[in-house]
Structures are given as structure tokens and as C-alpha cells.
Design a protein around this ligand. Sequence first.
Ligand SMILES: Nc1ncnc2c1ncn2[C@@H]1O[C@H](COP(=O)(O)OP(=O)(O)O)[C@@H](O)[C@H]1O
Ligand SMILES: [Mg+2]
Length: 434
Amino acid sequence: MSKAILTGISSICLIPMTVMIAMAGHFTGSASSYLVWSLGLGVPLVFVGGGVFLWHWKKDRHNLKQELTKKTEALRKSEEKYRSLVESTEDFIFTINERGHLLSLNSFTANFFGGTPSQFIGQPLSILFSEEVAKQQLELVRLVFEFGKSVRSEFVVTTREHETWLSTNFMPLRDEQEKVKSVLCIARDITENKKLENQLVSAEKMASMGTLAAGVAHEINNPLGVILGFIDLLLEKFDKDNQDYQDLKTIERHSLHCKEVVENLLSFARQGEGASEYCDIYDAIHEIVGVVKHSLDMNHIELRLNLIPGLPKVKGDARQMQQVFLNLINNAAGAMEGGGLLEMGVSFNTNQDKVCIVVRDNGHGIKEEHMERIFDPFFTTKREGEGTGLGLFVSHGIVTKYEGTITCESSTEDTPQKPRGTTVTVTLKPKEKD
Ligand SMILES: Nc1ncnc2c1ncn2[C@@H]1O[C@H](COP(=O)(O)OP(=O)(O)O)[C@@H](O)[C@H]1O
Ligand SMILES: [Mg+2]
């Protein structure tokens, strides 16, 4: 390019130079020959100077252009990097103006609220959040504008019947004059932490309820013994055909039922006193069945037990194993609203050297898409307050701790070719093997 310019300039200069020198030759010796000589040299020099200047100017402009392109590219790359950072994060990121309208938001936020960023930009905060939450957030945004400091808060957001806890940080964004021009919000989903927190609180509650139940059972046990003792004494005073005798027998029957419930509660509570290394499955299931039998009856659930006495003891703490069976029974009962059949069987598989416990129900079953999540912590399909989603997770933890396995098979009304219901199989290591 610059070469072409130079060639151009030199050819432009050469023509007047040749003409001037020719004319100088013609006027040699005269005064005007000096003028022609100086013109002959001066004009080309001006052209050459101008050409060199033009060349430099062009070169500088070219370099500047290149520099600008490089800088713009670097800026574009850096902007792209930050944009992809903001876009790929699984946090809620959005900016708000003083009027509480959305200036920008990342795709994660837009997706979460069921739309695209362009659908929400320019809209008030209440398009994402409930009126109440939006009002609280606007108050915080106002504080940021007023005091120019970050504020943090937690909110509950309800979308598609799901509650999500958000921990939100509102930060000021300033212009060149350091004036707050908008507010940046970064929020994180803390629902799992909240659930865990609540779970810990309810675990504490359960533990104290257990102690309370054991205390109450103990208190009731003594007067019950006295009542039964006096019934015995009174029964001796009446003839069997007497109506009073029959009435006393009814009182005795109900008192014995109370005693049975209380004894089950007591034995269940007593297990917590020290973890055992081995567990008699037969006893463990019998005890747990004693605790739940009444409530199963009330819910019209028939219980069929297939227990063989004399099975080898298995590796595991008896109380924890009872917790596993209680979870499985509760899940089965929960799936058979209005009644059903619950079967529990224990067998010893000599080939595999394992004790197998099978809990089968004919309830509504587990949907295929839920199957791989049932052992996840907090996975529940039950209504708020009815399920914690920890039953199978905890059971899985206990069973695997003692080198056992827990598996599940299920079919729902979507698979009519198979009988509807759920079967959970637990296998445990027998004592002899250790
Ligand atoms: N026997 C069963 N029948 C039908 N669904 C079941 C059964 N056992 C477990 N489930 C499903 O697995 C989920 C997780 O069970 P679990 O961990 O015990 O938690 P939770 O009972 O608190 O929901 C349940 O919400 C339910 O959807
Ligand atoms: Mg459960």
C-alpha cells in the first residue's frame, strides 16, 4: 500500500522535474534560469515532503485502526466472559431501577419464573414475586438508594406450588459521580438448608417426644397394673352369669389393650439406651408390628406376616433396624389410603448367605420418573407437613452401614400388566458370617 503511494508520488514529481530541467537548459545563463532551477527543485521537494507526510499519516491511521480493533475485540471477549458467567450461574441475578422496575436479569432467573429475560425487562418486581414479597424487596431497594449500602434478606417465593427460600443480597451500582444509579440483586436458593434446619428442629422435637412418650407410658403403666389388680379382685366377687361380671370383663379387656400399647411404647423407647451389634429380626419386627398394629387396623390395612422363628441374628443395631421397618410400614400405609394389604416376610437365603426382609403393599405404587429419586434426601411426593423425604434416605443409610442392601420395585396404574403396588427388599448379613 505504502509502496504504491511512494511510486505514485515519485512519478508525479518526476514529470515537473524533467519539464523544469528542460526549461532551465533552454534559458541557461539568464536570470530567469535561477527561478526555473529553484522551481524545478522546490516543487518536487514539496511533493516528496507531502507524500512522506501522507504516507506517515496513513500508516498511523492504519496502526490506530488496528489498535482499536484489538481493543474492541478484547472488550467484546471480556464482556462475553462476564455475560456467560452471569448466564451460566445458578443464582438469581437481576438489576432494578429506583422505581422498582427490572433493568436486566439472567436467563436462570427468567427460566425459574417461566419466561425469557425480554419478557420481564422493564416490568415491575411484582411480575416475578408476590405483591407482598415485591413490597418487602422495594423497601430494601429504597434503602440501598438512600444509604448506598448493601442489604441482605431472606424471602419465600412460591412458583408452581413449590416454595423456594431465597437468600438475597441487594447492592448499589454507581455511576461516574459515585451516585447510586441502580441496584444489583444476587439471590441464592437456600431451600435445602432451610429444610435441613427444620428437619433438625423436628428431629429434636421427635427425640423429646420419644422421651415424653416413654415417660407417659411409664406413668400409665403403674396405675394400669393397679386397675387390673382390682379388676381381678372384683371378678372373684361376682358370679360369671352376673351382668356386673360381664361389665368387669369388658373393663379388663380394654385395660389389657392399654397395657399392650404401653408396653410396646416402653420397649421401643428402651432400645435407644445403647446400640447393639446384632439384631434378632424376628423380635424386631414383632415389636414394631405391636406398635403399628392398631393404627393399621384403624386404616383398614390387613397385615400378613410371614416370619420364621430361629433365623440367624443379623448384623445391625436392633433399634435402628426397627426404624427401617417402621419407615417401610409407614410408607406402605401411606400408599394405601382407604385400606389394602401389607405383607411382611423374612427368609434366609442360604445360597447368598443373606437374611431377606420383604415389605410388600398393594398401594398406588411409585411413578417411574420418581423411582430413581426415592432414596434422595428430601424427596417426597407427599403433601406439605405429611412427608419429610427422609424415611428411605435414612433407611438406606442404616442398612448400608451394616453392609446390607435395600432395593425397591413398584408398579402403578400406568403399568396395568403388573399387579399394582410396591415391594421393598432389605438384605442383611447374618451373624455367623462375621
Ligand atoms: N410403599 C410406597 N408406595 C408408594 N410410594 C412410596 C412408597 N415408599 C416410598 N414411596 C415414595 O417415595 C417417597 C420418599 O419416601 P420417604 O423417603 O420415606 O419420604 P416420605 O415418606 O417422607 O415422603 C415418598 O414420598 C413416596 O413418593
Ligand atoms: Mg416415609
